[in-house]
Design a protein around this ligand. Sequence first.
Ligand SMILES: Cc1cc2nc3c(=O)[nH]c(=O)nc-3n(C[C@H](O)[C@H](O)[C@H](O)COP(=O)(O)OP(=O)(O)OC[C@H]3O[C@@H](n4cnc5c(N)ncnc54)[C@H](O)[C@@H]3O)c2cc1C
Length: 388
Amino acid sequence: MNFAIPEEMKMVLDAHRKYVEQELLPLERQHGIEKRDPDEELPRELVEPVIRRSGELGFYGIHMPEDVGGGGMDNVGVTLLREQAFSFGSALAAASVAGPEGPSLILVDANEEQKKKFVEPLVRGEITTAFALTEPGAGSDAQSIRTRAVRDGDHYVLNGQKVFITNGAHAAFAIVFAVTNPELKGRGGISVFLVEKGTPGFRVGRKNVGMIGGTSQVELIFEDCRVPAANLLGQEGFAFVTAMRFLGAGRLSISAMCLGIAQHLINRSLDYAKQRETFGRPIAERQAIQWMLAEMATELYAAKNMTYHAAWKCDQGDPIVRESSMCKLYTTEMVNRVADHAVQIHGGMGWMRELDIERYYRLVRMLRIVEGTSEIQKMIIARSLLAE
Ligand SMILES: Cc1cc2nc3c(=O)[nH]c(=O)nc-3n(C[C@H](O)[C@H](O)[C@H](O)COP(=O)(O)OP(=O)(O)OC[C@H]3O[C@@H](n4cnc5c(N)ncnc54)[C@H](O)[C@@H]3O)c2cc1C
């Protein structure tokens, strides 16, 4: 068993670290980001050039295949890079890698024309997308979506509503799941469409205001929205077959994010524990604090090893349905416990807005819900155990 990181990957990680330290962190300081309300969404004029530059440097699309301009990086490499991007505790560093890999990986099914129009500009960081599956009546039970797409000549007419769609307000196009055959539903009745911003009948609805303000979830509304049949992704009815292929990678990308955030919170907690004195001694000398730090680091170590192993297994071409669900379940619960300890170690300051430790406590709560809740992951793991 070889745990060494290949030289080529070390070079990528090194180049990314330098990019963040020499360009992104100074840019954040220049814009006074540390003094901004962390619950305010970052200005697009700041984020979009960073995404473009990250695309030029090859970090943004590193997980995508080479034939669309991506880096063709394996899952272990992508996991390490994504973990690193989130470990800086910087919104711009996080933006230097694309959002959850699964959703954009689904675009490998694009035909040549779609690749040129949608996928290549996305990989170059020139445009962004949104993954529109969830509806008011269908989240975990995604096969119950009701957004309908009816073929009419060389178009499909879409009607329906999506909710909680991340980046929906800014995306140049949305990857939209809609029912094309109501009798079949998830067994061949749901298709994926690439719907461009500005298409008549497609609009952004209400903003979904959540526990933290720095992210952007919105409703997307489709009213007799005519989408060219050329924008159907892959074959009609094959949406879930396609999505299933990338579910594992998508879950691992959430795990990598958890690893990076946990590392950041541990680093911050260590620094604080060393400099904060009570009763004449740094709190780092107290066993109560040391035990919290030890638990945080041990859980992170376990989480790292299981995620790297699942990524490696995926790279060998083995199925990782059970493992990716285990990783998603454990790493998201782990980072919630780490964030809780981080608040505790920082005491009153941990709860105050002045430090953004409390924001992380709220941020990581969403990770137990998105990309399949903890309960759904347990259901998948148990099913796979019982099927043996
Ligand atoms: C911050 C954020 C960003 C999001 N971004 C996107 C996005 O970009 N695109 C998108 O399409 N969606 C997005 N979502 C939606 C997200 O994927 C769903 O919220 C999630 O899948 C859960 O679905 P639900 O909210 O309908 O909950 P439900 O499915 O209604 O679940 C409610 C509760 O019941 C439990 N439950 C459900 N079924 C079972 C079962 N069979 N057995 C046991 N327990 C069960 C769940 O675990 C949960 O605890 C986002 C959500 C959030 C919070």
